[in-house]
Design a protein around this ligand. Structure first.
Ligand SMILES: *[C@@H]1O[C@H](CO)[C@@H](O)[C@H](O)[C@H]1NC(C)=O
Ligand SMILES: *[C@@H]1O[C@H](CO)[C@@H](O)[C@H](O)[C@H]1NC(C)=O
Length: 199
């Protein structure tokens, strides 16, 4: 009676033992990969790549009293990789140029790599089709032109990650949200400060 009971209990024990060994091996593998990834990270301390507007100019602005707005704006952007040991890549790049929340144009780029310690130029000449504005925005544009300063905003994001040898980081979003101000009519930019942030 007793022997029989013991035999019955042994089978599940074997299975439990086997599962425990597999789990232990898995745990060791996970810990070792964690340590390797952490040491690579600590050894290289990669900085997040970012996108910035290097310079910009309002080339053409056409606006009539019926509220039809058309612009051509040169926006020279740059992707920065300040890492001296890690390459970076950017993808899903898309920025929207707006006037008072109205979309004017969309800026896109194909995925690309930025080699270590360098920048990658993203030059745009944004030419909008004619965008109709509503009365409050017509007023806003009127006032801006009379004051000789006009403001657009540039919003959007890109996905970025760095690479050291065979190690790839997960992808992070880097967000751009800034105002581009120009003197009117000469179109020079005012206090340009437009750099993306990762979080
Ligand atoms: C990184 O680039 C800067 C400017 O191009 C250069 O002065 C510097 O020596 C470079 N650093 C390394 C580690 O390559
Ligand atoms: C554009 O106009 C503004 C204001 O009139 C002036 O301060 C600025 O120097 C001008 N820029 C150029 C490049 O002439």
């Amino acid at each position: 009676m007793k022997k029989h009971k013991i035999l019955q209990e042994r089978r599940p024990n074997l299975l439990v033992g086997f599962t425990a060994v597999v789990c232990a091996i898995l745990a060791v593998v996970v810990i070792i990969s964690g340590v390797v990834v952490l040491s690579v990270y600590l050894a290289y301390r990669p900085k997040m790549p970012y996108v910035t507007v290097r310079d910009t100019h309002l080339d053409v602005l056409s606006f009539d009293t019926s509220g039809q707005l058309g612009v051509r704006i040169t926006i020279n952007m740059e992707a920065h990789n300040d890492n001296t040991k890690a390459a970076a890549s950017l993808s899903d790049i898309g920025f929207e140029l707006q006037f008072a929340q109205v979309p004017i144009a969309y800026l896109q780029a194909d995925p690309f790599d930025v080699v270590k310690n360098s920048t990658y130029p993203l030059p745009y000449v944004v030419e909008s089709s004619t965008v109709p504005l509503d009365p409050p925005r017509i007023d806003k544009m009127d006032r801006a032109l009379k004051q000789g300063k006009v403001e657009f905003s540039l919003r959007g994001e890109a996905r970025t990650r760095w690479r050291v040898g065979v190690f790839l980081s997960v992808r992070f979003w880097t967000h751009l949200d800034c105002n581009l101000r120009y003197f009117y009519p000469n179109g020079s930019s005012i206090d340009l400060d437009c750099t993306s942030k990762s979080h």
